[in-house]
Design a protein around this ligand. Structure first.
Ligand SMILES: [Zn+2]
Length: 500
């Protein structure tokens, strides 16, 4: 039996307090206040609803509202609006009756929220002069998939017409533990990863599916040891310059070590998900080969010719020695060859005899912000990030993953959007193709998991097509782990998530 309570009644009991959209401070550090403003992304377009009667989102609603922004005529599924509510908290939405539409003006019609079974009136709609009435409902339906439902009906004489359906999903609050970790500078606003602003935004986005987080914090410091046994703090990461020949890429051990480190820390906490922000500068590097005569040459066809790097120039370096200068050696171009200095400071040709190309790279000594190409993976026009699932070493384990880590290089305010998206992957969501038009994807109606633009932050309950695979998922239900066979598309990730 489904119950709707009128909000006035509920407010007496709970004073209409906000549901728990707050983070919980971990014990070992405090969240920071940073100068951080939510960026308007380039290419974002305004969205406005059409002028026909129907449900509209309310700013007072703290959970999910999923209405198709551009419904296909006659599509049963497009005509349904989904509303999520955290169990026993009020949710709200607007009912819009267009005062200019002829059927209204000519009179004789009344509008009401109705019961779907028989289209009988449940509550009349007394819209204001602009056609809006705000409705607040509460449901104590215990953890819903398909759910409480109501409709917007129009009545004339003996006839009743269903204009739009609404499914109300009442979710129990679900809390996921999350490690937020940082490698590199702890300056503001790069400390956005530990900021109240960031995680309040995340709380609001994931509240759409009744999800909240229990945070742990971790500042990583990585060290490398030099040939004299001295430890040096890692102060930058390496980025391979884009190259037409992919065999010229080299594994970047510093990132790998950072992930290992996070995975170990996750293990010690007994949890499995982390967002790792990289607030380190990068240095570009080129891998080297020998030509037919044993002379050192740059591998492949790099996008940037190292011979054109003038300040502070390029040097030879052992890539394992990240963050230090003790193995640096100057190198310069001379005609079609490269030269280094011998022990008497005399410039000599770099060859098989004096340079081991298997252990040495050429490096741009200038520091850049972390380069988009560095993390590869999930890249859009506006931002980037990647989520890696680390396989369990124990093959007998029931679950295929033991850690999911989202890597986020600091790219100013845009980064925050990408964190929200990568968190979706951490929790089992896939990149969505978005059933909506490209235009709507560029507006605030865009899906958070849309693979191309992170303009919108909507999570939806209507089925979203998945990028690259023939599957669909309902994002709210997926995050809630309801109906795991049908609602989440990647069964491996699901196993992992259920395994916690
Ligand atoms: Zn993605």
């Amino acid at each position: 039996m489904v119950k709707y309570l009128i909000v006035m009644f509920l407010c007496l009991l709970s004073a209409c307090s906000k549901p728990q959209l707050t983070y919980r401070d971990p014990e070992d550090f405090q969240f920071k206040d940073v100068q951080f403003s939510w960026p308007t992304l380039p290419g974002t377009e305004d969205f406005s609803w059409n002028y026909i009667h129907g449900f509209r989102p309310s700013k007072n609603h703290l959970f999910g509202f999923d209405k198709h922004p551009n419904p296909a005529l006659g599509s049963e599924e497009d005509a349904v609006t989904h509303l999520s509510i955290e169990e026993n908290y009020p949710g709200s939405f607007y009912v819009f009756i267009n005062p200019d539409m002829s059927d209204k003006r000519e009179g004789g019609y009344t509008f009401a929220l109705c019961k779907l079974q028989d289209l009988n009136e449940w509550r009349t709609v007394a819209e204001d002069e602009n056609g809006f009435q705000e409705e607040t409902i509460v449901t104590d339906y215990p953890e819903g998939k398909n759910v409480d439902s109501l409709g917007l009906c129009k009545y004339h004489l003996e006839n009743s017409y269903l204009i739009e359906k609404m499914y109300v999903h009442s979710y129990k609050k679900k809390e996921y533990p999350l490690l937020i970790s940082s490698l590199g500078q702890n300056t503001d606003p790069a400390r956005f990863i530990f900021s109240k602003q960031m995680w309040n935004a995340a709380a609001n986005v994931y509240a759409q599916a009744g999800i909240s987080f229990n945070f742990y914090g971790y500042d990583i410091t990585l060290y490398i040891e030099d040939t004299y046994g001295n430890k040096h703090k890692i102060s930058y990461i390496l980025s391979t310059v884009k190259n037409a020949d992919t065999s010229c890429y080299r594994r970047m051990d510093d990132i790998f070590e950072a992930e290992e480190n996070v995975a170990k820390h996750l293990d010690s906490l007994g949890i499995s998900r982390s967002v790792l922000s990289l607030n380190l500068p990068t240095k570009e590097m080129w891998t080297l080969i020998y030509d037919d005569r044993g002379n050192v040459q740059v591998c492949g066809t790099p996008e940037i010719d190292p011979a054109t790097v003038t300040w502070p120039g390029v040097e030879l370096k052992i890539p394992a020695s990240v963050g230090d200068s003790f193995t640096s050696k100057e190198i310069r171009r001379n005609g079609s060859f490269w030269e280094i200095q011998d022990s008497t400071k005399k410039w000599v040709r770099a060859t098989k005899k004096n340079v081991n190309v298997n252990t040495t790279v050429m490096m741009n000594m200038a520091e850049q912000n972390v380069d988009p190409q560095y993390v590869k993976g999930h890249i859009s026009e506006t931002a980037l990030g990647v989520t890696n699932f680390r396989y369990k070493k124990n093959n007998n384990s029931k679950y295929p993953y033991d850690a999911a880590i989202a890597l986020i290089p600091w790219q100013k305010g845009k980064t925050a959007r990408v964190i929200l998206h990568e968190m979706g992957h951490l929790l089992g969501l896939q990149d969505a193709l978005d059933l909506l038009s490209r235009k709507d994807s560029l507006s605030e109606q865009g899906n958070l998991m849309y693979f191309q633009y992170q303009n919108g932050t909507l999570l939806r309950e209507r089925k979203m097509k998945i990028q690259n695979i023939e599957r669909e998922e309902r994002q709210w239900d997926c995050l809630q782990r309801i109906d795991e066979q049908n609602s989440c598309s990647d069964q491996d990730i699901l196993h992992f998530n259920f395994g916690e």
